[in-house]
Design a protein around this ligand. Sequence first.
Ligand code: NDP
Length: 280
Amino acid sequence: MATLIDGKAIAQKVKEEVALGSQKLVAERGEDARPNMTLVLVGSDAVSKRLVDLKAKDCEAAGITPTVIAMSESTSEEKLLRLIDRLNRDDDVKAILCQLPVPDHISTKRLLAAIAPEKDVDGFSARIDSDDYDVAACTPAAVMRMLRESGVDVAGKHCVVVGRSNIVGKPMAIQLLLNDATVTVCHSKTADLAEHTRRADILIVAVGRPRFITGDMVKEGAVVIDVGMNYIEGRPVGDVDFASVEPKASKITPVPGGVGPMTRAYLLVNALTLAERRAK
Ligand code: NDP
């Protein structure tokens, strides 16, 4: 039976670290130095709204001041980009987050590119050519921390990442490389996916298809990290078929209670880092 990697418990520890860091920053540099985060929500998608509410609550608990800006579904790309531009130039705004997905008529690429890197709390603009990952993409940073906290050293291991998105798969592969793993990245055009996943010491799955990875695709004793967050009849389901994979894995993340809460916790880490940088 696999050991569960408890994302909720590790996230709690991370949040406490951020709350202490934020307290220290304010004690040393005054109230003006307090970290803050502006969360932009476009449209009325219930899951996105719930996530923004949770993120704002997380901020409050960690001594980070949240501001939520809700815009209607019909907001034009131009209007949204004007808002981002205003936030970029507002000295009081230290961190900006745009909740994804945005409505189809808005280009996610243009939107994310518009956020100033020094305010990009999601870490989507993190450089890939450096090991100076002070503000890293949240989900990969969260996964690295979960591995460390679980005593898993990636150095020299064969890590297989399924998914190559700009926000999860690619930055995940980079972070693993920066930590001396040997990395294979798979995607929708990969021939014989199971051939690759079966060779993984550490398998990280970010595909967006419920229960996509099954027990026959996993090596005995592998560490399995399920980034996937899909909803079936309103309930969260991962990309990994937990029932068939768990008996083969040595360690595994659950959904819910795995990578999700840790990704949110790493938003707070990034918000603190951005505020600390600003205070310097
Ligand atoms: P994207 O849709 O942007 O990327 C999905 C990736 O999976 C693509 O690279 C795609 O390949 C690949 N893929 C799709 N089908 C297959 C297949 N049949 N075989 C192999 N690879 C395939 O998703 P994201 O990276 O944004 O998110 C992935 C999942 O992680 C989603 O469920 C999302 O909700 C979840 N997520 C969870 C977070 C958390 O905090 N827990 C945070 C962020 C995301 P190709 O490039 O060829 O199209």
